[in-house]
Design a binder for this molecule. Structure first.
Ligand SMILES: Cc1ncc(COP(=O)(O)O)c(C=O)c1O
Length: 493
């Protein structure tokens, strides 16, 4: 057994011992027990670090921004949204989290208790990849694929469902692209005994039977989107009966059902402030782990679809950067087929195709942009999280776009050196980290590169099959297509 694997197992064991203690004794007793039994004994080696504690809070970056982000607008009146405008979709506590200026939000004990199933997640050093690339850089990755659903998405699915359950909600609806979010929500609803209905983008519903089966195993009902169940879906099917669907269309369907049913609320897997907030548990843990290893990142890299895994890892580090403690380059990586940050406009736009959601100021390719069917289904979203868009505009981060063949080349190198088979989405972060490591080889710099490895690709093997057969293509970027959809972005005076 490798040294890093041993450390990982050794350090997880005490957490299993304390599972369930939180409810009996309350948070403070539980933390005391942890401290007594294992006094900050973060175990580490050159290869890996796993902290013994899950952070007590999520981090809200809005509290530390020098300029606050622009407010969302009502989709009909174009006036700033009131919290009650969201109450047909979300429970009160999540609406509060969406708009709060508080810096830290305490993670409820019940949520921490479930997080213990897979948190803290490992931070690993990719020593064998470094050797393969012959680079002086040190590459670290924070691995979220150890969750029951196989990605970072349960970090927010669990609290979202918990807050809904607290308010007595019985039915949850959502959309899913690649199936990662839908399966995470199905997992969370099964734990709290809520019903879950998922609209899965048609292309992935057909291509990814195993994700659908995971959702069904956890008790969810899954519809292909566009469907004939909703007005939004029927409208799309009338125009194109064989529409492959898009996240924008699937969101419209789920939001429509929540808006029309008193007993039903909607959950979103990315983009919104409260979703990004919940994901910061990743970065808070990682700061502890990097400190324990005595390392400071020079470059932090994550893939961006709606932006939640990237924000989750990076926002706590941006806090430290704003304090002047560290100065890493923060780099988002998106697919060239759906480049909202690098090729979109920064404007108010709808979050969905049918224009049912509030208008959000974000980098967007236009709400009716339907990206080409790249294998990273989770990165096929027309917009970017408003908070990330705002931080990008403030100049605290940068963004690049990478085509999918280069991403899968990197994924194969990663799998053959580190062993993990990444989901198609984080292959973008891997490809960018490899670019950076090869620059270091040329310059002789021994930078510390930290990347977000947000999920495994065990259900995405058809994408690997395409690549290995030499059948994968880089879908060409169509300027005309983007210009056509940008023309439909609402014009604000
Ligand atoms: C594994 C994985 N990574 C990344 C993403 C992109 O979402 P986000 O940018 O919100 O992290 C998804 C979305 O489904 C995903 O499943």
């Amino acid at each position: 057994m490798s040294q890093s694997l041993q450390l990982y197992i050794n350090n997880q064991t005490p957490n299993v011992f304390f599972k369930g203690e939180g409810k009996k004794h309350g948070r403070s007793n539980q933390m005391k027990l942890l401290v007594k039994e294992k006094p900050k004994a973060t175990m580490m080696s050159q290869h890996a670090a796993v902290p013994t504690e899950i952070p007590p809070h999520w981090y809200n970056i809005i509290a530390d921004l020098p300029i606050k982000p622009p407010p969302p607008l009502h989709p009909k009146t174009f006036q700033p949204l009131h919290p009650q405008d969201l109450s047909h979709l979300f429970p009160d506590e999540l609406i509060k989290q969406e708009t709060t200026n508080e810096r830290f939000i305490l993670i409820p004990d019940e949520v921490v208790d479930i997080y213990r199933l897979w948190r803290p997640t490992p931070l690993l050093r990719a020593k064998r990849l470094e050797k393969l690339l012959d680079t002086p850089a040190r590459i670290y990755y924070k691995y979220e694929g150890v969750s029951p659903a196989g990605s970072h998405k349960p970090n927010t699915a669990v609290p979202q469902v918990w807050y809904n359950a607290q308010q007595g909600v019985k039915n949850i609806v959502t959309e899913t692209g690649a199936g990662q979010w839908g399966s995470s929500l199905a997992f969370a609803t099964s734990l709290f005994g809520l019903n879950c209905e998922v609209w899965q983008v048609r292309a992935s519903y057909d291509q990814k039977p195993y994700r659908k089966l995971m959702m069904q195993t956890w008790g969810a009902t899954v519809h292909p989107s566009p469907s004939d169940i909703t007005e939004s879906g029927r409208r799309i099917l009338e125009m194109d009966p064989s529409s492959p669907g898009s996240l924008g269309i699937a969101i419209s369907e789920a939001v429509e059902v929540a808006a029309n049913n008193e007993d039903t609320k909607y959950c979103l897997g990315s983009v919104l402030n409260h979703v990004l907030l919940h994901q910061t548990v990743i970065g808070e843990e990682c700061i502890q782990q990097m400190e324990a290893l005595g390392e400071t990142p020079d470059v932090i890299i994550g893939c961006t679809g709606g932006g939640s895994n990237f924000a989750g890892l990076c926002f706590p580090f941006i806090r430290e950067k704003l304090k002047g403690k560290i100065n890493p380059v923060i780099r988002a990586v998106e697919p060239t087929a759906c480049p909202s940050l690098t090729r979109g406009v920064y404007a108010y736009d709808y979050g969905d195709t049918a224009q049912l959601t509030p208008l959000m100021k974000m980098h967007t390719l236009g709400h009716d942009f339907i990206p080409d069917p790249i294998h990273s289904g989770g990165l096929r979203y027309h917009g970017m999280a408003p908070l990330i868009s705002h931080i990008y505009e403030l100049g605290f981060m940068e963004a690049i776009a990478i085509p999918q063949i280069e991403c899968f080349q990197g994924a194969i190198q990663f799998a053959r050196s580190e062993g993990l088979i990444p989901a198609p989405e984080p292959t973008h972060a891997i490809a960018a980290a490899i670019r950076e490591a090869l620059h270091c080889k040329e310059s002789g710099e021994s930078k510390v590169i930290l990347m977000a490895m947000c999920g495994h690709g065990h259900f995405d093997l058809p994408a690997y099959e395409k690549y290995l057969q030499g059948a994968m293509v880089d879908l060409s970027f169509s300027e005309d297509k983007i210009q056509a959809s940008l023309a439909n972005v609402p014009h604000m005076s």
